[in-house]
Design a binder for this molecule. Structure first.
Ligand code: HEC
Length: 120
């Protein structure tokens, strides 16, 4: 019993430190996502306002992670699936997997903002 309890405590400790680590990761992830955004997307997308393409707030409100990733790497096919009549967004096939992850979570992070705006 005691051994069981100890291993329970140990796993609690382990998971809380893992949690702390992943919180740190999320923060640096967000920075990286912003960098990718400023480097590649800013000309056509803005965080909150419609530009040449839709705002990240709007995208986050209607797409999930997989859809966003798919659009970034294969806009020709995915813009059709999304119902666009034409595709004006270039494909970003040279992004590193970490960059793709980072920009995707950066976009998704605008989801809650959109709801708040809608309620106003
Ligand atoms: C040359 C302008 C341009 C650039 C640069 C660009 N986009 Fe787009 N994007 C568009 C346009 C225009 C659309 C609307 C669909 C279309 O025309 O293909 C769009 C659509 C999207 C969509 C889907 C919108 C929806 O309906 O959900 C996502 C996601 C997206 N862009 C992400 C990005 C990301 C991430 C980057 C940077 C890595 C980026 N875009 C760079 C022009 C651009």
């Amino acid at each position: 019993m005691k051994i069981l309890f100890n291993s329970f405590l140990l796993s609690l400790l382990l998971s809380s430190s893992l949690f702390a680590q992943s919180v740190k990761k999320v923060n640096s992830h967000k920075m990286e996502g912003k960098k990718v955004f400023e480097t590649y997307c800013w000309g056509c997308h803005h965080q909150t306002a419609m530009a040449f393409g839709p705002s990240f707030e709007e995208i986050a409100s209607k797409r999930d992670t997989n859809e966003i990733r798919a659009m970034i790497t294969d806009p020709v096919a995915v813009s059709k699936v999304f119902g666009y009549k034409r595709n004006a967004m270039p494909a970003f096939t040279d992004l590193k997997p970490e960059e793709l992850d980072a920009i995707t979570s950066y976009i998704v992070s605008f989801k809650s903002n959109y709801k708040i705006m809608e309620n106003k």
